[in-house]
Design a protein around this ligand. Structure first.
Ligand code: HEC
Ligand code: HEC
Length: 456
């Protein structure tokens, strides 16, 4: 707490400078560069921490997610100026209306860059926006390993096969800024159920008047703040640069160490890997082998599928009439619903109803402590790796849960799929895995958490 107060006072001083300096008053680029270059590595992390904590609301302090500090054993990474700018933006709670919500509030590093609140994960799994009582409609996926996604494109018209994009439904296509993660980063600031800023101009003004405005100008040029559209693009590109940095896309899991010949997998983990690539068919969609020139695997092929995940009726979105007029009848049609909004892709919409993006499995078990609950699937229906693996194995073996016949979902029956169309029945549903084989697959998934070793 002492540190929070100290830093908050420091920030107050900076903010008290008032209106932004006119472009010609800003320091020459060299002097800012010289300052950032000379800065010792540890101040980088402290700065993001300061911005994050300065706007911490008292009731948030318990579940606040701190930025990775330079002192953390797993995250000792030197960032370039643009990556550092992106980090400051990612952790800045001032960039919401009202202030208090940063990207990191829904994408916490200690949880593998996904939702950091146990009680939310254990129930509805969707996060509240900056405005109290406004919830989103999907579970936050990991914001790590999102940058390598190709621009959304139609790969095979005959199969209506799409590849790439960000978001569960691919709507951050990458067509705007050349990278889906950069297109994505423009969404949350203006989304009324997320950071809720009224306009791009408001976000740009906050950055241009804020404590790291000089870094923003030194990276993008001293006139950047004069053009709202360019500045808003620059903000998104900087965030994507940070998301692409080795602090976020770390590739430092036990599995990476094993691929490099620097660690041993246990016999259960190796068995799980064999099943993952063989009998259980997981690698069909979550590739696990290095690519050309040793490129580490991303555990997603960036395609879309409908696995038949049941609805998660604990999601408060169903009862939020203001943003969801359909109430409990709302159905998440995923990629198909997005394609319907684009004339050239409309013919392929029907064949993609109910399909969502294959998520990376990197950090899928990363959690702050062993009993911490994470949610899995686009709506967070699953609450453990064991249960989702059991679902892959038995979706078509157990009967459908019916109100007239009491039974425990996942043990006696599975609820019906959220969307019955386009269900994948070729690669999952009845894998014939024994309980020991399911456990081995889970043991393998646990080797995918970053922070097992340091790259330097
Ligand atoms: C209120 C919680 C919340 C906030 C704040 C938030 N996100 Fe997200 N994020 C989500 C949810 C939910 C999704 C999935 C939405 C969807 O698919 O429709 C998502 C998706 C993403 C993805 C897509 C990952 C992929 O593989 O497709 C990235 C990247 C991401 N967010 C980064 C960010 C950044 C950068 C910010 C800040 C500018 C941010 N998020 C703010 C909840 C949040
Ligand atoms: C046909 C493609 C496909 C196959 C095969 C497949 N997956 Fe998936 N996986 C997906 C898709 C698509 C999702 C998201 C589904 C949803 O949310 O509706 C997903 C989600 C997951 C998640 C949740 C991740 C998160 O962040 O929420 C885990 C864990 C997972 N898969 C593990 C596995 C394992 C283990 C196997 C093998 C037993 C496997 N997958 C086989 C496509 C596939």
């Amino acid at each position: 707490m002492r540190r929070v107060l100290f830093l908050a006072l420091g920030m107050g001083g900076l903010l008290a400078c008032g209106s932004p300096p006119a472009p010609d008053e800003s320091p020459p680029a060299e002097s800012v560069d010289a300052r950032t270059e000379a800065a010792p590595a540890h101040t980088e992390a402290d700065e993001a921490q300061a911005i994050f904590e300065a706007t911490l609301l008292p009731e948030d302090s318990l579940d606040a997610e701190a930025p990775p500090a330079a002192g953390d054993s797993e995250e000792r990474v030197r960032l370039t100026p643009v990556e550092r700018l992106g980090k400051l933006l990612f952790f800045d709670r001032g960039l919401s209306e009202p202030s208090g919500q940063a990207c990191a509030v829904c994408h916490g590093p200690s949880v593998g860059w996904t939702g950091p609140e146990l009680l939310i994960n254990a129930t509805g799994s969707v996060y509240e926006g900056a405005v109290k009582g406004r919830f989103g409609n999907r579970k936050p996926p990991s914001s790590a390993y999102a940058t390598p996604a190709p621009i959304l494109h139609l790969k095979d018209a005959r199969k209506a096969l799409f590849v790439g994009g960000n978001f569960w439904d691919g709507r951050a296509t990458g067509e705007e800024l050349g990278n889906p993660a950069a297109d994505q980063a423009q969404g949350p600031f203006l989304n009324p159920v997320e950071q809720n800023n009224p306009s791009e101009a408001v976000v740009v003004a906050k950055v241009c008047r804020g404590p790291y405005a000089s870094l923003f100008r030194s990276v993008y040029g001293s006139s950047i703040c004069q053009n709202v559209a360019r500045a808003y693009d620059a903000i998104a590109l900087a965030i994507a640069a940070y998301e692409d940095s080795p602090e976020v896309n770390a590739f430092t899991s036990k599995y990476d160490a094993w691929l490099a010949g620097r660690a041993e997998l246990s016999s259960q983990e190796r068995w799980g890997l064999r099943l993952f690539e063989g009998k259980a068919l997981c690698a069909n969609c979550h590739p696990s082998q290095p690519g050309p020139r040793g490129k580490p695997p991303l555990f997603t092929d960036f395609t879309y599928d409908n696995l038949g995940v049941p609805r998660n009726l604990l999601n408060p979105w169903y009862w939020q009439r203001e943003f969801n007029p359909l109430g409990p009848f709302w159905v998440d049609y995923g990629l198909g619903a997005f394609l319907q909004t684009r004339e050239e892709w409309r013919p392929f919409a029907r064949g993609n109803l109910g399909k969502v993006k294959v998520p990376t499995l990197r950090n899928v078990d990363k959690r702050p402590y062993p009993g911490f609950i994470k949610a899995y699937g686009h709506n967070g229906y699953f609450k453990s790796l064991e249960s989702i693996v059991h679902f892959y194995n038995t979706r078509d073996v157990l009967p459908v849960c019916l109100p007239e016949f009491p039974g425990t979902p996942g043990e006696d029956c599975w609820p019906p799929p959220e969307v019955g169309l386009n269900l994948n029945t070729d690669e999952l549903g009845n894998l014939g895995l024994t309980p020991q084989e399911e456990a081995a697959i889970v043991a393998f998934l646990r080797t995918l958490s970053d922070g097992y070793f340091q790259r330097h």
